[in-house]
Design a binder for this molecule. Structure first.
Ligand code: NAD
Ligand code: LMR
Length: 328
């Protein structure tokens, strides 16, 4: 039997938490032979703690053979103690008519406190995925609040955008979604993101050659992917939850277990490549192997792409400036 992996999940009694925890405990994230200990954090409110208790009772009732233990708490230092993986989901979601960055000041303080707690008690190689919005800047805040942990441990979730883009492309080209490779989503998890299928292939052939429709790209594909979160809110009255949890599982599974050379999109602290200033958490294509991600380097950036990549960067720089006062 393998040693259990400690997985911390914040906002555990929320909508995403409810779609996420049962899949982690059943082995869908880390493998069907990997026991896990779930360390779940919720607000110290009676209602939140009661809801968390209910979720833990349901986890118990599933009798998951891989669930080696559970902790439910309102203290980040308990939830993150010796954590190997931390899924930072807990934050306020937006409602109709809001942009994700409207949540920034309200949610930012969560990530200064949680970054500091991770810094203090988590494993030094903890893999952190920030889901709570605005995800890129919250990941930046957590990273800056954890100066003793390597910056590369902090990532933001662009995988939902990546998956959304794959489905839109598959429908347009009439191909199987699983046959598409080399999709990229650059930048911020916001409407400025740039889903880019210039390099995408389907069974090894260029997808761009199959679609070859610049008007559709600029006026349908890019805005559809970029505004999909708002479309879900409009339709459901609530923000995406099952698809968000699914993307979080994809992100961590690929980071831990590897992508076999396939590209996936992760929001990671920039190393300065592609003209993105160092440290900004920006969606880029990566491959993963042996628990590490590596940026896909050397892709050609044409004028259309440069303009979009700069626009989403400018938004991230603006968000960073807006939280600078919280970071000392
Ligand atoms: P929700 O309101 O259903 O659940 C959030 C939970 O977090 C609540 O139970 C709340 O009590 C808890 N919480 C709030 N602050 C906390 C804190 N400081 N510590 C611990 N728990 C805390 O919301 P949801 O639908 O689960 O969404 C959670 C976040 O994820 C939102 O910010 C949402 O916008 C974001 N989101 C991101 C993506 C993405 O692709 N990056 C996708 C979907 C949703
Ligand atoms: C999404 O993309 O579905 C989430 O970020 C939720 C939102 O606010 O759009």
């Amino acid at each position: 039997m393998k040693t259990p992996v400690r997985v911390a999940v914040t906002g555990a009694a929320g909508q995403i938490g409810y779609s996420l925890l049962f899949r982690i405990a059943s082995g869908e994230m880390l493998g069907k032979d990997q026991p896990v200990v779930l360390q779940m954090l919720e607000l110290p409110l009676e209602k939140a703690q009661a809801a968390l208790k209910g979720v833990m009772m349901e986890l118990e009732d599933c009798a998951f053979p891989l669930l080696a233990g559970m902790v439910g708490t309102d203290d980040p230092e308990v939830a993150f103690k010796d954590a190997d993986i931390a899924l930072l989901v807990g934050a306020r979601p937006r409602g109709p008519g809001m942009e994700r960055k409207d949540l920034l000041l309200e949610n930012a303080k969560i990530f200064t406190a949680q970054g500091a707690a991770l810094n203090k008690v988590a494993k030094r190689d903890v893999k952190v995925l920030v889901v709570g919005n605005p995800a890129n800047t919250n990941a930046y805040i957590a990273m800056k609040s954890a100066p003793d942990l390597p910056a590369k441990n902090f990532t933001a979730m662009l995988r939902l955008d990546h998956n959304r883009a794959l489905s839109q492309l598959a429908a347009k080209a009439g191909v199987a979604v699983g046959d598409i490779e080399k999709m990229v989503v650059w930048g911020n998890h916001s409407p400025t993101m740039y889903p880019d299928y210039r390099f995408a292939t389907v069974n090894g052939e260029s997808l761009k050659d199959k679609i070859n429709d610049a008007e559709w790209n600029a006026n349908v594909f890019i805005p559809t992917v970029g505004k999909r979160g708002a479309a879900i809110i409009e339709a459901r009255g609530l923000s995406s939850a099952a698809s968000a949890a699914n993307a979080a599982i994809d992100h961590i599974r690929d980071w831990v277990l590897g992508t076999n050379g396939k590209w996936v999109t992760m929001g990671v602290p920039s190393d300065g490549s592609y003209g993105i200033p160092e440290g900004i958490i920006y969606g880029v294509p990566v491959t993963c192997e042996n628990g590490e991600y590596t940026r896909v380097q050397g892709l050609e950036i044409d004028a259309f792409s440069r303009e979009r990549m700069d626009k989403t960067l400018a938004e991230l720089e603006e968000e960073r400036a807006g939280v600078a006062h919280l970071l000392g």
